[in-house]
Ligand binder design. Structure first.
Ligand code: UGA
Length: 374
């Protein structure tokens, strides 16, 4: 199948691209590398697929680009591009949510009408519900508590409309707090891992007793891939993790995994934050015959492993940049030299640190857990 994946360099989408290519699909990825978070992280997300012969990346803005050519011959659209961030959706940034979440979705639906798509998969969110119940099921009346949730719900409604009136084969998947390797830097676990590594306090909004149905990214990817063929057209479906936990419970798990504790700074509850998201997954199980399986502990351990490497590579890049500035007018050889220098400097620091803590010399895997100072 020829599939368009929007927001292709993002946390979830980049893994979807990888998965689809493994299945033999041809994938067109569109991403505008929005400044919401670093281009570097997004480029790293795409590393495994960039040179794949069946992958084409288009760097452009979905709100303005010519979609006709991109959509030509496309059989499915997986629409994961969005303006994310629940708490940042108030105030003057709201227009970004309207454009990127509502208008872009409408534009894609409109432009896809002529294409006889087999599927249009829309990434919705648990934030469409608001605080409407203990366990959230798709029949409940949605009352979003954040402007972000309002825009995600509006786009979901648009998908339903295009399904009803134009027979567009839409399906809306409501994702519940997705986490795992590659997680966005504004999200709780990414920040907590960074806090542990840099020996900084964790910031907890509210009392930390808010519950999230944390969902592991590859479980979400499985469902997205399956939604291309499953009998799900016209449906709205919860994609929740089945491992609800309070924020403090999750933070404690992360501390256990990392073997380090972090002080907590409690700040006031953020406007737009819901108290609890727990997914009723009956519909998911009925339509897909499966549901997310990853335990929170194992999923967090994988995010922690990824994060250590990510921080290390960021530190190396920073060191390279500062070395290159000193060298001035660096060419390829200079860069290689600077990189090697940064690496050996880091190793020396790790050794010194290990010695100071009078621990046995770290092997390759455990050396990762000794984060370089930033
Ligand atoms: C996440 C994503 O950011 C949304 O894009 C997605 O649509 C949403 O999940 C969803 O599932 O509907 P959120 O649940 O707010 O939103 O996820 P996090 O950003 O990881 O925050 C989880 C909780 O931790 C929130 O209560 C937040 O206030 C809190 N938090 C976050 C902290 O206490 N400290 C932090 O440093 C970061």
């Amino acid at each position: 199948m020829k599939i368009l994946v929007t927001g292709a360099a993002g946390f979830i989408a980049s893994r979807v691209v990888e998965r689809l290519l493994k299945e033999g699909h041809e994938v067109i990825g569109v991403d505008d590398f929005d400044i919401y978070y670093s281009r570097g992280q997004k480029e790293k997300n795409l590393m495994p697929v960039l040179l794949h012969p069946k992958f084409k990346l288009i760097e452009d803005n979905l709100a303005t680009m010519a979609l006709v050519t991109v959509l030509k011959g496309t059989e499915a659209v997986i629409h994961l591009a969005a303006q994310p961030g629940v708490r940042g959706s108030w105030g003057s940034s709201f227009h970004r949510y309207v454009t990127n979440n509502i208008q872009v979705t409408q534009r894609l639906l409109e432009e896809s009408k002529a294409n006889k798509l087999k599927r249009f998969v829309y990434a919705s969110s648990s934030s469409v519900y608001g605080d409407v119940g203990e366990v959230l099921n798709e029949e409940m009346k949605c009352q979003p508590k954040s402007p972000y949730g309002v825009t995600k719900l509006a786009a979901e409604h648009l998908c339903q409309l295009y399904n009803l009136e134009y027979k567009m084969p839409t399906v809306s998947l409501r994702f519940f707090s997705v986490y795992g390797p590659g997680q966005r830097p504004d999200m709780a676990f990414h920040r907590f891992c960074q806090n542990i590594i840099h020996e900084a306090p964790m910031t907890i909004y509210g009392d930390g007793k808010q519950i999230r149905d944390f969902t592991y990214v590859d479980d979400v990817v499985e469902i997205i891939a399956a939604s291309l063929l499953a009998e799900v057209v016209g449906q709205v479906i919860n994609v929740g993790g089945g491992s609800p936990a309070t924020l403090l419970e999750a933070a404690a798990l992360l501390e256990e995994i990392s073997g380090k504790t972090s002080p907590k700074t409690f700040l006031e509850r953020q406007k737009g934050d819901v108290f609890s998201t727990r997914a009723d997954t009956a519909k998911l199980e009925r339509l897909f015959g499966s549901k997310p399986k990853m335990s929170l502990k194992e999923g967090l351990a994988r995010e922690w492993e990824w994060m250590k490497k990510f921080v290390q590579s960021e530190d190396e890049e920073k060191a390279i940049k500062s070395n290159v500035q000193i060298i001035g007018g660096a060419d390829e050889a200079d860069l290689a030299e600077a990189k090697a220098e940064a690496k050996s400097h880091r190793k020396a620091k790790l050794k010194a640190k290990a010695g100071k803590n009078s621990k046995p010399a770290p092997d390759n895997s455990s050396s990762d857990s000794e984060a370089p100072e930033s």
